[in-house]
Design a binder for this molecule. Structure first.
Ligand SMILES: [Zn+2]
Length: 317
């Protein structure tokens, strides 16, 4: 029997590779090349519907970012140097960041319109450390946050689940006071970048209780990672009853990752992707959008993107 393949959109553009990392930097072009290669080897690459990247407009970026910050980044287009102390710039970096952000918005619009059931945004630079008025942690613009804001603008209740090993401090800041977007993050906490994401950070005002932080200890393994997802994140997402699920998919909690210091394995990432797709089916008519964040071991990253794609397409592993 043939697998039922869902109508899954893929955002990818070779200009994301023009964000050129300095020698030895972990957030490098080879990360995306490894993902493409892994998807080709798994015979999944040709099964996506491709969505073209396009530059986000200043107005679109204004959904999540403040105008002086947007102007500052646009003014840096073509320059070489540092946007902040840990976010590098090459001549193609700002264009890549604008295409990643605008592409995520375009993919979100296609899903919101019903043209696509689900999506995967294979983008860089990543986005979840980008704050309303600041870059950070290799991130320019909040790609996942902009997708979520696009859905929210259409009156949808959006849940964002972030399983990158680092706290999604930028996404949290963007939605901290909002009641229509629920943000849940599981991440390494305690003497670890970016330092935010304590369980006591729960949102304020209308956003109170709409932020959920699940701190993990160094060395956390796949079983613990999944257990925290099941006991904390999945019930909270269900309780929020979203219309749309956006996933900040980072693979730097993997045991092979050079930065993460956790011990999550391929099987746990495959399970979490399946569970998120299930939650999307239970609450959101199947609508789920994965957006790539970190992950610095090429093999682990490729395996994670393949297992998430299989879950999105409902193709058996
Ligand atoms: Zn990360």
């Amino acid at each position: 029997m043939r697998d039922a393949v869902m109508n899954v959109g893929l955002l990818y553009d070779e200009r994301f590779l023009e964000h050129r990392a300095p020698a030895g930097h972990p957030e490098c072009e080879q990360r995306l090349e490894a993902c493409v290669q892994a998807l080709e080897q798994a015979e999944l690459w040709s099964r996506f519907e491709r969505v073209d990247a396009r530059r986000a407009s200043a107005e679109q970026l204004g959904l999540c970012h403040e105008e002086p910050y947007i102007r500052r980044v646009l003014g840096a287009e073509g320059l070489v140097g540092q946007l902040d102390h840990d976010t590098f710039m090459s001549p193609g970096s700002v264009e890549a960041a604008l295409l990643a952000a605008g592409g995520c918005i375009a993919l979100a619009e296609r899903i919101a319109d019903g043209a696509l059931a689900r999506g995967f945004a294979l983008v860089r630079p990543p986005g979840h450390h980008a704050e309303p008025a600041a870059s950070g942690g290799f991130c320019y613009f909040g790609n996942a946050a902009l997708a979520a804001a696009t859905f929210a603008q259409r009156g949808m209740r959006v849940a964002i689940v972030d399983y990158d090993v680092h706290h999604g401090n930028g996404t949290q800041d963007i939605f901290y006071r909002r009641g229509d977007v629920f943000f849940a993050s599981m991440h390494r906490y305690g003497g670890y970048y970016p330092g935010t994401g304590a369980a006591s950070e729960r949102g304020v005002g209308e956003g109170e209780g709409k932020t959920l932080n699940v701190p993990l200890s160094a060395g956390c393994d796949g079983a613990t990672f999944l257990a925290r997802f099941e006991d904390a994140i999945a019930p909270a997402v269900s309780a929020f009853a979203p219309d749309m699920l956006v996933v900040s998919a980072g693979y730097d909690a993997h045991e092979r990752d050079p930065l993460g210091g956790l011990r999550v394995d391929d099987a746990a990432f495959a399970t979490i992707a399946k569970r998120l797709v299930q939650l999307g089916s239970e609450h959101c008519d199947g609508r789920v959008l994965f957006v790539l964040e970190g992950g610095y071991d090429f093999q682990a990253l490729g395996a994670g993107v393949v297992s998430a794609t299989r879950a999105l397409m409902e193709v058996a592993a």
